[in-house]
Design a binder for this molecule. Structure first.
Ligand code: FAD
Length: 403
């Protein structure tokens, strides 16, 4: 089932706005809600109506691990309690181990004085809950609405829509995903790297309980993660070279379960059942700039990262919090929220933080691909040392949590 075919018709036509947010994925929807709650007049434009989330449906295949910083933002936006009550898998532990050397590292929420390291939640549950909260916050939802371009006109941006209407906003926020048509239209390039890998995803049942633990095994072909779901199953994210991913996708269920059991070192015993599988291409991509005039990027439109650290949407939600705080401060100081010097503060802070993280995840992917024995030995030593160096390990964990 889909949301109302055209929310546009039931909504007041927005001639002039403070902010137009393009892209109603998790990040764009959170941005529209956060900015409206900050007192701005906001419209959200999304090309495809979001799928309705229902407790009666099986868990959606696309899930994310939400870090504490994301839970804080969602809580401030008033949606976290209902997302958690609906369906969220808490994880208290993380066990990461190296198939090459066996060296492992463990993280534990209790030993860091926290009740969880994070929660595994369906993407469409987050998106749908945020989407529903928009109306009460006064956000104008324009959906389906495709933005065909934009142009600066004095102290505003004009946005012609495919339907013929033109919007005018002080600030244009693009959260239109990794392919971001608006980023391209703004002439902002990207750099990064195509991993020539795909992440094979499925929800699987296992012989032994997941124990509220996120399990991750680094194989030379790429990382394999089993993330604890609320219903006792685990969500698989298995990064593999293209050809291997295609082969694994084509296996029958029994052969797939057998291969996955072996690849996960039978840490949770045999794989007892599986949903159908899907696969997503993996790349690291960073926008050269996050701002141009009255235009800013956030979420995957600004940065796409390897899922090995489960941080993509967490970085996007940190962009949202930073943008909201920047605009609030500007407004309180009586400044133009779309002024380049205001937006540059947001862009500088988030781009440097995202760049460090993206390069860090990329370095991890490269280090775990090492196969030469001296390099494997060095990696082994490094991981064992890190596991014993509590202050450093804690710092790493707090960084991942966005604390
Ligand atoms: C296998 C896998 C596992 C992952 N696991 C994790 C994890 O554990 N933790 C984590 O934090 N992240 C994870 N990620 C990353 C996370 O899924 C993404 O970072 C996140 O979904 C990006 O959200 P977004 O809102 O920025 O973009 P998107 O979800 O891509 O949304 C963009 C929206 O813009 C709309 N749009 C595009 N163009 C237009 C237009 N012209 N007009 C109007 N609308 C438009 C699209 O319809 C879409 O709804 C994972 C990714 C993968 C592939």
């Amino acid at each position: 089932m889909n949301a109302s075919a055209s929310e546009t018709s039931s909504r007041r036509r927005a001639a002039t706005l403070d902010v137009a947010v393009v892209g109603g994925g998790m990040v764009g929807t959170a941005a529209a809600l956060a900015l409206a709650r900050a007192g701005l007049d906001v419209a959200l434009l999304e090309a495809c109506p979001p799928a309705v989330w229902s407790a009666g449906d099986d868990l959606d295949l696309r899930v994310v691990g939400l870090a504490p910083s994301s839970l804080t933002l969602l809580d401030e936006l008033g949606v976290w309690t209902s997302i958690r009550a609906a369906r969220a898998g808490r994880y208290r532990h993380m066990h990461v181990w190296d198939a090459g050397s066996g060296a492992s590292i463990d993280f534990d929420a209790a030993s860091e004085g926290r009740d969880a390291l994070g929660y595994i939640v369906e993407n469409n549950l987050v998106q749908w809950t945020l989407w529903q909260a928009l109306e009460a916050a006064g956000v104008r939802r324009l959906c389906p609405a495709e933005v065909t371009g934009f142009a600066a006109r004095g102290d505003r941006i004009q946005l012609p829509l495919a339907a013929g209407e033109t919007l005018s906003a002080v600030l244009l926020v693009a959260a239109d995903g990794a392919a971001s048509p608006l980023r391209q239209r703004a002439g902002i390039g990207t750099h990064g790297r195509d991993y020539a890998q795909r992440a094979v995803v499925a929800h699987v049942g296992t012989e032994r309980p997941h124990g509220q633990t996120a399990w991750q095994r680094f194989l030379v072909t790429g990382p394999l993660a089993l993330l604890p779901l609320a219903d006792g199953r685990s969500s698989l994210v298995w990064s593999l070279p293209e050809a291997e991913a295609q082969r694994v996708l084509a296996l029958d269920d029994q052969a797939f379960r057998d291969e996955l059991g072996a690849a996960s070192d039978f840490r949770l015993g045999r794989i007892t059942r599986t949903t159908p599988r899907a696969a997503f291409p993996l790349k690291m991509q960073l926008a050269e700039r996050y701002q141009a005039g009255r235009f800013v990027l956030l979420g995957d439109a600004a940065h796409a990262v390897h899922p090995l650290a489960g941080q993509g949407v967490n970085l996007g939600l940190r962009d949202v919090a930073e943008l909201r705080d920047t605009l609030l401060a500007a407004r309180l100081a009586g400044r133009d929220i779309g002024a380049a010097h205001v937006l540059r503060c947001y862009a500088r802070r988030r781009r440097s933080a995202d760049t460090l993280d993206a390069l860090g995840f990329d370095a991890l992917a490269r280090i775990y691909a090492w196969q030469l024995p001296p390099l494997v030995a060095a990696r082994d030593l490094g991981v064992r040392l890190l596991d014993r160096l509590s202050p450093l390990k804690r710092q790493l964990s707090e960084h991942a949590a966005g604390l």
